[in-house]
Structure formats: structure tokens, C-alpha cells
Design a protein around this ligand. Structure first.
Ligand code: SF4
Length: 339
């Protein structure tokens, strides 16, 4: 993809939180990636890996400690005051908990009309009511639901209302922070399909944040895997599932059940030992080394840099750096099974 197709460019992004007693929590510690126009970039990792903090920086809810986020060529955190309102329209968010994100005292119509009033869109009561009807229909809800309150809906319906609200201002880019993890499995696929259809219809670009790789498989064009504030691997979705390189990505993939008993029985499961270390005291060198089944001496001493090992496939691991290739632990090259 060429540079003019890049919508969001994240470079050396850090978010550190100062705690009491001089301690610092390194929630995000120097990540870089880009998101192309019209694609879905999945950001995956365990809870506490920094993926939601990254999403919040893209929403400008947090100021980065270091690094830049460029949106369509403009630094997102140093936009002119007059442009800030415009960016609020262009970038919207879908939250994980649809119930907590909807004001329980407002009807669906009021929830959807409020952003129009703030931004002065669709002037006049009639136009705004028409827009609400259109939004509800676009997310597969009956227009008669407009006068109901959030508690009158199921979880899946509430997330549809959350999606409708994210579309009110006709955004270009949506940060979806675990939008399906609070939903029943049977409803998850419906919401993913809805998001895909809306993307096609409205030319949207998504950052889709999730805690496990099975959730992002069907929606993401490319995927970034995060661990303890660092980016471990980035690649096209299909390539990542077929050829995961980072030991952490391999472990995440090996945890996804395969609905074929023959393959499921034969394949090797990688069980990660230990807990996720604290981002207040991250391990030296590679932050994954305390749980990595392939860790080598160099991993404690040197932080692995992100490098392109195949076309558009990036990994930060000494197993793939030329100078460490002598140490390479071939037993780590597991085959996850076809997906
Ligand atoms: Fe494991 Fe070392 Fe690679 Fe880190 S750099 S993932 S510890 S092999």
C-alpha cells in the first residue's frame, strides 16, 4: 500500500502514568503501526497489554507521553483549536459495555439526537427524527424503538444502538474497543457482520480492539499483537493465522479451539507459564522473556526491534534477527494447524 492510503500513522507511541512513590506504569511503551484507509486493523493482546490505552490516545482521550499519531497527514495531538471539533466528528468510538455507555435516562431518540445538536447537524426536528429512523434501520433495529430506554433492550440490541450513535456524525474512522466481548457468542457474529456491512456502505476505517485472536479473525484485514505495552507482531490477517512468528502470537493462536476433532487432537498447545508481569516493573530486554518457551540469553539483555521478515509481516523477536540466528531454538517453530 502507498503512503497516501495511510489514514492513521502511529510512531514511537508511549503512554506512561506516574504513580505514587515515584513509580511509573508503562501502559504503552513505544509502538508503531499504520492503518490504511478503508481497512480494519485488529489490535489484540491480553488485558493490561496497552491496547485500550492506545485506542484512547487515538480518540485523544489521553495525551501521549512520547511519540506521534498522524491522522490523514495531521498530528492528532497538535491540531489547531478550530479543527478539534472537526476531528471529534471524524473519529468515533464503540465501547465494550453497551449498557454503561448509554445514558439510562435518555430515550434512544435523545441519545442519537444529542450529538446532532452539539454539532449543529440535520437542523430541525423533522430532519433529526428522519436521521434517527435511518440510523436505527441501518443497524437492523426497528424505527419504533426510538422512544424506548436502553434498559428495554438486549445486550446485542444495545450494542447496535451504540454503533448507531457512533455513526450519527458520519465519521471516517471508528475505534471499536472490544465491541463484542460482552455479547453472547450467538450475537457476536451478527454484530461483526453488521460492522462489516456498514464499513462497505460508508467507507469506514476501523481499529478493532480485542483480547483474543479468534474474535478479530473475521473482521480484520491486518492485525497487530501487543504484549505488555509493546508490539510483538504485525501482519495481514490471513498470513498471521497461517504463519505466526512471534512465540506469543503462536501461544495465542494455539489456545483457539479448532472445530475439527482430528486436527484438534493432534495439534500442539502452547501453555504460557506465569502471569503477565507488571507494567510498573517490566522485564529487561524482551518483555515477553519471562514467559517465552524459546527465550535465549540475548533476550534478557537486548530489546528486540520490530523488523520486516516477509512482505508486510513484521515481528519483534530475536529468533528472527540475523545476529541471533545461531541461538535459534528450532523446537519453537511449531505448526499451529491449518485455519
Ligand atoms: Fe522469546 Fe526472545 Fe523472541 Fe522475546 S525475543 S519472544 S524472549 S525468543
Amino acid at each position: 500500500m502507498s503512503n497516501d492510503q495511510v489514514l492513521v500513522k502511529v510512531e514511537g507511541l508511549k503512554k506512561h502514568f506516574d504513580l505514587s512513590k515515584g513509580l511509573t506504569l508503562k501502559a504503552v511503551d513505544g509502538i508503531s503501526f499504520q492503518i490504511y484507509k478503508g481497512e480494519t486493523f485488529g489490535l489484540v493482546g491480553e488485558s493490561g497489554c496497552g491496547k485500550s490505552t492506545t485506542g484512547r490516545m487515538l480518540m485523544r482521550l489521553y495525551e501521549p507521553t512520547e511519540g506521534t499519531i498522524t491522522y490523514d497527514g495531521q498530528n492528532l495531538h497538535s491540531v489547531h483549536e478550530g479543527d478539534q471539533f472537526l476531528f471529534k466528528r471524524k473519529i468515533q468510538m464503540i465501547f465494550q459495555d453497551p449498557y454503561a455507555s448509554l445514558n439510562p435516562r435518555l430515550t434512544v431518540r435523545e441519545i442519537l439526537t444529542e450529538p446532532m445538536e452539539i454539532h449543529g447537524l440535520h437542523q430541525g426536528k423533522k430532519n433529526r427524527m428522519k436521521k434517527v429512523d435511518e440510523l436505527l434501520e441501518s443497524v437492523g433495529l426497528n424505527r419504533d424503538f426510538a422512544n424506548r430506554y436502553p434498559h428495554e433492550f438486549s445486550g446485542g440490541q444495545r450494542q447496535r444502538i451504540g454503533i448507531a450513535r457512533s455513526l450519527v456524525l458520519e465519521p471516517e474512522f471508528i475505534v471499536a474497543d472490544e465491541p463484542i466481548s460482552a455479547l453472547d457468542v450467538s450475537v457476536q457474529a451478527q454484530v461483526v457482520n453488521l460492522l462489516k456491512n456498514l464499513q462497505k456502505k460508508n467507507g469506514l476505517t476501523y481499529l478493532f480492539i480485542a483480547h483474543d485472536l479468534s474474535m478479530v479473525k473475521h473482521i480484520s484485514d491486518r492485525i497487530g499483537v501487543m504484549y505488555l505495552g509493546h508490539m510483538a507482531e504485525i501482519s495481514a490477517s490471513e498470513e498471521l493465522y497461517q504463519n505466526p512468528l512471534h512465540p506469543y502470537t503462536q501461544a495465542l493462536l494455539s489456545a483457539i479451539p479448532i472445530p475439527d476433532p482430528d486436527i484438534e487432537d493432534k495439534r500442539e498447545r502452547i501453555i504460557l507459564k506465569g502471569e503477565l508481569p507488571s507494567p510498573i516493573h517490566p522485564p529487561s530486554g524482551c518483555v515477553f522473556r519471562t514467559r517465552c518457551p524459546a527465550a535465549m540469553d540475548v533476550c534478557a539483555m537486548k530489546k528486540p526491534e520490530m523488523q520486516e521478515v516477509a512482505s508486510d509481516h513484521y515481528v519483534a523477536c530475536h529468533l528472527y534477527s540475523k545476529e541471533s540466528s545461531g541461538d535459534r531454538n528450532e523446537t519453537m517453530k511449531v505448526t499451529i494447524g491449518s485455519r
